[in-house]
Design a protein around this ligand. Sequence first.
Ligand SMILES: Nc1ncnc2c1ncn2[C@@H]1O[C@H](COP(=O)(O)OP(=O)(O)OP(=O)(O)O)[C@@H](O)[C@H]1O
Length: 550
Amino acid sequence: MAGSASTRFLVLLKEFSAFRKISWTSAATNYHRQSRFLCHVAKENGSLTLESLELGNKPGKYGKSKAIKLEGSFATEMGQDKVRAVKNDKMKVVKEKKPAEMVSPLFSAKSFEELGLPDSLLDSLEREGFSVPTDVQSAAVPAIIKGHDAVIQSYTGSGKTLAYLLPILSEIGPLAGKSRSSHSESDKRTDIQAMIVAPSRELGMQIVREVEKLLGPDHRRMVQQLVGGANRMRQEEGLKKNKPAIVVGTPGRIAEISKGGKLHTHGCRFLVLDEVDELLSFNFREDIHRILEHVGRRSGAGPKGDDERANRQTILVSATVPFSVIRAAKSWSHEPVLVQANKVTPLDTVQPSAPIMSLTPTTSEADGQIQSTIQSLPPALKHYYCISKHQHKVDALRRCVHALDAQSVIAFMNHSKQLKDVVYKLEARGMSAAELHGDLGKLGRSTVLKKFKNGEIKVLVTNELSARGLDVAECDLVVNLELPTDAVHYAHRAGRTGRLGRKGTVVTVCEESQVFIVKKMEKQLGLPFLYCEFVDGELVVTDEDKAIIR
Ligand SMILES: Nc1ncnc2c1ncn2[C@@H]1O[C@H](COP(=O)(O)OP(=O)(O)OP(=O)(O)O)[C@@H](O)[C@H]1O
């Protein structure tokens, strides 16, 4: 049994790796065709609230008119007053009109009550200030509660974490609905009932915090983190002593503890792979294989397909879902569905020739991958690029931050050893900055993140580690100081800003010889990257020809 599943897994991984190497030659240009709901924001510089998005709840027990005040605000939204457009070399300045509209397709359901969640969970949501489900949550929660295996695809910052956490918490643990038939049985269980796997420690810890928030102070111990870089003995003690219902971890640490016989997951009812396309990459191959083999499979389970799969619900999640993930889901899951904002489709009907994210017919898996990437970007993001010599890039970053009056900036580079140098240079010019990368200790990383989130640090200089999952609501600017490896990586980096319907700006600083790569990504993503310069403390947009000729 293990042998056949193992072969299937390796074949899928091989296909997946090959797929990732496909060079996308054709451009998809239908980004703007995605259906978007425009919401008028009454007061241009007012705080961003669900009310301001005309999304306030109807009064009701769980939908009182208390609007959630999102922490970012239009007051800090940059780039509007300070962006100028220039059409020719004479620098004819045209002030870009401050848009009164906010694109926010995120909230179409009225309240969480509609989704069939138990009262205790609704209470938690209300306590934490969540009153309206996002579109992907509205689609995912009922589908998962019905028992479907699911692939959840929705763009960065659209609330995918709660989209899978809510149905899980409605079935297991202290907030589960008492009326559910399985509940009394699940109360008696001491086995782990849900496992959530994430590719990085930061993302893993972020998910743990989200679960803890919902569980509340009395039940925090029902979730145990199993992330690498933290004390393993303490994690094993936590498992033994607290008998958590949910574990959240990174593949390596989970596999390590599992091999040591300290993790009992055969009775596990839910397995979530968050950032699944990353988890399927070569780096995680063996550990993910082990997890798929063991989680939710009781020793008595039959040797064949359906019997093997029946004991757990498998939920695969990412903003970027290439067809290789769909294929993997079909193989591992039982009648899985694809969940997108307000849309649930049986996975069997999804074909490589009909890209999962698009209404526009295209003809190949590569096109499907492009569509997937396009759909991963929040619609309100603005994309710019500027040209700088290598040695002046940090200066370009600094001028960009000033020009946009950005408050919270993530600057991406490709190698961790260069980060420190950028931090020194920024600090020397009076701009608070810190580096974040995998070689920092656990304490170092969490301290830096905390300071960045509370505004003590303005610029977080980091590498690919932070490109996926990192959720800092206040981040209003992402700067690529070095080019990402491809459009998928661009999309995940870009998605650190513009979260949950907020506006955000992405500026890519490249050398002259790299402009063609930026142009290629622009084409692949099907959205405009405007060429800009920083002049007299303002971001100035010029026409493209100038960018190429100069
Ligand atoms: N219904 C909601 N109302 C208000 N805030 C929400 C809601 N759902 C999620 N959020 C908040 O929105 C932020 C983004 O959510 P989340 O991190 O789950 O997005 P994501 O789609 O997983 O993004 P990524 O693809 O980058 O990982 C989080 O801070 C989360 O707490």
